[in-house]
Design a protein around this ligand. Structure first.
Ligand code: GTP
Ligand code: NA
Ligand code: MG
Length: 298
């Protein structure tokens, strides 16, 4: 892509942190507080990702069980996240999965924003969290570092705006861009077989613009896009970079972390997916043979 084709795109944010520190509560609180006006009556369905507006800036949140999705995608080499929100409960402070999350974000080169959660609790100690984070080389601003930290309460809805502002600021530093005027590609966030609608994949468009009628290959599967649906159940005419969207029309169910790309025609799509399915079968057979081989050697 030429530099002049690159256009600003929203940040894609994942939430990480120790069990029960409030990841789901925080995502739910942000989503509830930011229902776009006029759409409040819409049925919000869970599609594993959603977008909110903050002072005219769009932010994309991936809300599949953050940690698992992030790890699975990284294992598959699919970098889907621009910014990681590290949720640390102020009454529990830094715990093993907090440290794991820090290591994941650092390994992926993804900047962290710390959300010190549960500050409504009497036993909350935000300063202890900041001090313990120092030991893991997360230096928050008030400790002379560059990592933004925001004290929040997901339950009371405290300081959610400040957290969104921190994300917007971090995104501006990153100068995130993508070319919307090319064939679409991106990553599968989650996928399922829906009884009524058939295979449904929630994808994140990372470059190009996805449209109904496009033919795409996602992992080992392919299909012609029958409809693009957002988290409010609305059908979209197109999905630009950083837009999460449900894709209907796939022939099968791809896996979280699979990459997808739009191709020229059905013949090409079929050829690629048949080739990949054959490779997958051969790998499975080889694996079984390997297991038999090592058993025979015992
Ligand atoms: P896992 O997905 O199981 O790792 O947990 P989680 O990080 O998603 O935490 P979750 O949102 O499920 O919250 C865990 C518990 O903490 C629940 O009982 C929440 O009600 C509670 N909780 C979350 N945020 C807050 C908060 O800001 N204040 C208080 N007092 N409780 C909170
Ligand atoms: Na929980
Ligand atoms: Mg949760």
């Amino acid at each position: 892509d030429k530099a002049e084709d690159m256009k600003p795109r929203p940040p894609v944010v994942t939430i990480m942190g120790h069990v029960d520190h409030g990841k789901t509560s925080l995502l739910d609180a942000i989503r509830k507080a930011n229902v776009v006006s006029g759409e409040a009556g819409g049925i919000t369905q869970h599609i594993g990702a959603y977008q909110v507006e903050q002072d005219g800036h769009t932010i994309t949140f991936i809300d599949t069980p953050g940690h698992a999705a992030f790890t699975a995608m990284r294992a598959r080499g699919a970098q889907a996240t621009d910014i990681a929100i590290l949720v640390v409960a102020a009454d529990d402070s830094v715990m093993p999965q907090t440290i794991e999350s820090i290591n994941h974000a650092k390994a992926a080169g993804v900047p962290i924003i710390v959300a010190i959660n549960k500050i409504d609790k009497p036993e909350a100690d935000a300063q202890k969290v900041r001090t313990e984070l120092l030991q893991h080389e997360v230096f928050v601003e008030s400790m002379g570092g560059e990592v933004q930290d925001v004290e929040v309460s997901a339950i009371k809805g405290l300081n959610l705006d400040r957290l969104l502002e921190a994300i917007v600021l971090q995104a501006e530093i990153l100068e995130l861009k993508a070319n919307p005027d090319r064939t679409a590609e991106g990553v599968v966030i989650e996928a399922k077989l829906d009884r009524g609608r058939g295979p449904v994949a929630t994808v994140l468009v990372q470059a190009g613009t996805l449209k109904p009628g496009d033919i795409l290959v996602a992992g080992n599967e392919w299909g012609r896009v029958r409809a693009l649906v957002n988290e409010r159940g609305q059908q979209l005419k197109d999905a630009a970079p950083s837009t999460p969207v449900e894709v209907l029309g796939l022939q099968g169910t791809p896996q979280a972390g699979d990459r997808f790309a739009v191709v020229e025609n059905e013949a090409q799509a079929r050829e690629i997916s048949e080739y990949r399915q054959r490779l997958a079968r051969e790998k499975a057979v080889a694996r079984q043979a390997g297991q038999r081989g090592s058993l025979e050697q015992m």
